[in-house]
Design a protein around this ligand. Structure first.
Ligand SMILES: [Zn+2]
Length: 130
């Protein structure tokens, strides 16, 4: 530490710098806490619920953290069907008899990814908004 400057002006300047440093420190710590909280909630495994809806109506709301064994769901629409694989990690459409197979090609529902949509069978699979 360099010796503090003597005299009225010097002390004043030194004091201002110290106050500024303190505020920078306080805001720095607050910013770190905020980033920490955001990361914590971002990667938090709880509240991972997937909704399976058909024609705008929710058929299933599945809390993946409660899934012990992977299983499949079959959802039918107007003679067609989607077979959906449910695991504790994610969900995906295993097979469907829709024309374009977009839902099958979408693959697993990614974290913060796009919903799985099957337009011909009016099916939407997405993370539920908490
Ligand atoms: Zn499809």
């Amino acid at each position: 530490m360099p010796p503090l400057q003597r005299g009225h002006e010097g002390t004043l300047r030194e004091g201002n710098i110290l106050t500024t440093k303190r505020w920078v420190l306080v805001f720095g710590i607050l910013a770190l806490i905020c980033i920490g909280l955001i990361l914590f909630f971002w990667f938090s495994p709880k509240g991972r619920t997937v909704t399976v809806s058909q024609d705008g109506e929710t058929l299933y709301a599945i809390d993946l953290s409660q899934v012990q064994e992977p299983y499949t769901l079959t959802v039918e629409w107007d003679g067609g069907y989607n077979r959906i694989q449910i695991t504790s990690e994610t969900v995906w459409v295993v097979e469907a008899d829709c024309g374009n197979q977009d839902c099958v090609h979408h693959g697993p529902l990614a974290e913060n990814g796009t919903p799985i949509v099957c337009l011909p069978l009016h099916l939407v699979i997405q993370w539920s908004v908490p």
